[in-house]
Design a protein around this ligand. Structure first.
Ligand code: FES
Length: 161
């Protein structure tokens, strides 16, 4: 992993924050570490092709996920749905380079949020949900499912809750 690029991405993350006019929102959480990532997508039609115009994200609790999401949301601009769907967590790390084993799930969390948004995720968010998503019992409850040992499990979260 490229530490300088990682530090730059953490210090100056791209596309961080809620997107008020998003077409789709994907939210996932990791029961392993309790972190979560939400991604917003805005589409546009271009020459009869639907492409991603903009992507933004919020990540709670993990700097590596912030760095990967920053890279990924830049990478997504102009991609078709199919192209975006084919992006793997490894590809999304971009200039960060391969993540260390302990951090692989951070990239997978970003990939999960993207896939959730591409699969329809949600097109709405709860009224007043402008401060992020960590507060309230729902996230904790969502993440408190049965633990899997040694396996990464990504759970979809309802952004309306
Ligand atoms: Fe869990 Fe990074 S430590 S998402």
């Amino acid at each position: 992993m490229n530490e300088n690029t990682l530090n730059d991405a953490i210090a100056n993350p791209q596309n961080l924050g809620e997107m008020s006019d998003a077409d789709s929102i994907g939210t996932v959480g990791s029961p392993e570490c309790g972190d979560m990532v939400r991604m917003w997508l805005k589409f546009k039609e271009e020459n009869g092709r639907k492409t991603i115009d903009r992507a933004s994200f919020q990540s709670f609790g993990c700097q590596t996920a912030i760095a990967v999401a920053s890279m990924a949301t830049e990478m997504l601009k102009g991609k078709t749905i199919d192209e975006a769907r084919e992006l793997s967590a490894e590809q999304m790390t971009g200039e960060l380079g391969p993540l260390p084993p302990m951090k692989i799930h951070c990239g997978q969390l970003v990939e999960g949020a993207l896939k959730n948004a591409l699969d329809g995720g949600s097109t709405t968010q709860a009224p007043g949900d402008t401060q992020g998503l960590v507060s309230g019992p729902t996230l904790a409850d969502s993440l408190r499912g049965p633990q899997t040992s040694g396996k990464i499990r990504i759970v979809k979260l309802d952004p309306n809750s």
